[in-house]
Structures are given as structure tokens and as C-alpha cells.
Design a binder for this molecule. Structure first.
Ligand code: FE
Ligand code: FE
Ligand code: ZN
Length: 281
């Protein structure tokens, strides 16, 4: 069965997100661990978390894909920005352990002119500082569109980070279809070739989650503007091949399309109908 969900608002807590997910026929979801622009996170409400965990087990949820604030930049030039990023990362990883065994996805960072090599070193150094052998959370590096000075625009850059990290079993990749398309991977005409590249350079065993988005722009545009499923340059046919690909179909798929909850419900229903794996599970 297709595992699919979308970004949900964490404002009303974990159980409320779980119920929203079930309402739209999702069995996973993503949420920002705090205001996407950063700032202080709400204290974990352990009663809410316990109710959510029971609810999620009853409804056969698969792994959640939490998202770090997108302003968190661990390879910034300014030390205060890096310190802030370190504090967020440390706090988030601790909070993630309240819901054990899930995914925490983050944008590797923007090197802001220092060069991607320097960015890669700084990201790996920070990961070696915060990852713990005892953590149950897997930290996912997101594939980036290559906007501005983003690090992680190619499989090579992501692997360059991973190979410098000691606790590699705590690391994985979240592949964003809009981002890799924008950074130049042609998943419309050559999905198999792109996945073979991924496997050769990083290894498909590291691929843990998919952000399923259409793109407003052509392949290689480096823009990062998400479109609704079937309304962009990637299109429904290619995205259907992504969800049905034998090497991907067990992964959690997260929609980050410009939608409200009703729009997400429609996309989930459309994709479940386009899914070749039957809903017997
Ligand atoms: Fe993201
Ligand atoms: Fe994404
Ligand atoms: Zn994006």
C-alpha cells in the first residue's frame, strides 16, 4: 500500500496532526518542529504525544518525516547563525526522541559564498557534533534545487557530506522530486537512470523518504517553486512512475504542494488511485 501524507500544521499538537492525517486518508505526515523561520519550539506535551502514539499505532502510520526550520544554516559564515543552528538541531533531535524511530529532515545549508567544499566540511563537522549512538531518529539530508548557494544540489555533494560523518547509520536522504528536477535530474525521461546514479553515488539504501512535488519550472532551472501534482513541468504521469517504482514504493511520500487540507485530500486520493500497489495492507 502507498504510504503518503503531507505537511501539517503542528499548532494544535501531535494528536491533532494524527487526526488530520486520517481525515485525508494519509498514513504519514510532515510537520515543522518549530516555526519554519526558527525561533523557540513549544514544550513537548507528553500526554498529547502518548495519545498520538497510541492513535498512530491503531491507524497503522508509517514513519513521520519531521522538517527542521528552513532558515537553519549550519554552514553560515556568521558564527551567531551557526550557533543558533546548533542549538536548534540539538534541541530538535532531543525532542524527536519523544516519538522514537522517525525521520528528521533538514536542508544541508547555504555556503553563502564560501564554496560548496567549505559548506560540506562545516555540515559534516556539525553532524559529528550532534549525532548520538543512542538516538532512534534518522537524520535525513534533503536533495536541494541548487538555488543561490545551496549545498546538496547533487548526489555527489550529499555523499561528500555522508562520507565525513562517523555515525553514518543515523543518516539518510530525503529526495525532493521538485528539487532534483530543478537541479537538473531528468526524472520525466529517465527515472531509472537518475535512480541508478543515486545508487552508484550514494546508495539506494540511504533513501528513506520522498517529498513528492511537481515543479513550476523546467529541468535544470534551479528555482525551487513547487506546483500541485499534475500542474507543473514534471506532470502526473512521471510522478505516478515515481510512486510505483519498485525501488521506491515502500517509502513514505510527503506532499509539499501549495494546498489546503482539502487540496491535499484530493491529491492523496488521486495518487492512491494511480498507485499500483493494492490497498489491502
Ligand atoms: Fe524541505
Ligand atoms: Fe522538500
Ligand atoms: Zn522546495
Amino acid at each position: 500500500m502507498l504510504h503518503i501524507g503531507c505537511h501539517l500544521s503542528s499548532a494544535k499538537g501531535y494528536l491533532a496532526m494524527g487526526k488530520d492525517a486520517v481525515k485525508i486518508n494519509a498514513d504519514t505526515f510532515a510537520f515543522f518542529t518549530r516555526n519554519p523561520r526558527g525561533g523557540k519550539a513549544k514544550d513537548i506535551d507528553h500526554e498529547d504525544v502518548q495519545s498520538f502514539l497510541t492513535y498512530a499505532a491503531e491507524h497503522h502510520f508509517t514513519k513521520l518525516v519531521a522538517h527542521a526550520p528552513y532558515t537553519m544554516n549550519i554552514c553560515a559564515t556568521k558564527e551567531n547563525i551557526r550557533t543558533f543552528a546548533h542549538e536548534i538541531l540539538t534541541d530538535d533531535l532531543q525532542r524527536m526522541e519523544a516519538t522514537p524511530g522517525n525521520y528528521y529532515n533538514f536542508h544541508p545549508g547555504s555556503h553563502v559564498g564560501q564554496g560548496s567544499q567549505q559548506g560540506i566540511e562545516m555540515i559534516a563537522t556539525e553532524l559529528n557534533r550532534v549525532l548520538r549512538p543512542t538516538q532512534t531518529t534518522t537524520v535525513l539530508l534533503e536533495t536541494m534545487a541548487g538555488k543561490g548557494t545551496e549545498v546538496g544540489r547533487s548526489f555527489e555533494e550529499l555523499q561528500d557530506i555522508i562520507k565525513r560523518v562517523e555515525l553514518q547509520d543515523k543518516l539518510g536522504i530525503c529526495l525532493d522530486t521538485c528539487h532534483i528536477w530543478d537541479s537538473g535530474y531528468d526524472i520525466v525521461n529517465d527515472l531509472d537512470g537518475v535512480l541508478a546514479d543515486f545508487d552508484n553515488i550514494i546508495g539506494l539504501h540511504r533513501l528513506k523518504a520522498i517529498h513528492l512535488n511537481d515543479s513550476l519550472n523546467p529541468c535544470g532551472s534551479c528555482k525551487d517553486r513547487h506546483a500541485c501534482i499534475g500542474e507543473g513541468c514534471i506532470g502526473l504521469e512521471a510522478l505516478t512512475k515515481v510512486i510505483n517504482h519498485p525501488q521506491l514504493q515502500e517509502l513514505p511520500f510527503i506532499l509539499e504542494t501549495p494546498n489546503d487540507l482539502d487540496g491535499y485530500a484530493r491529491e492523496i486520493s488521486l495518487l492512491r488511485k494511480s498507485s499500483s500497489s493494492c490497498a489491502s495492507g
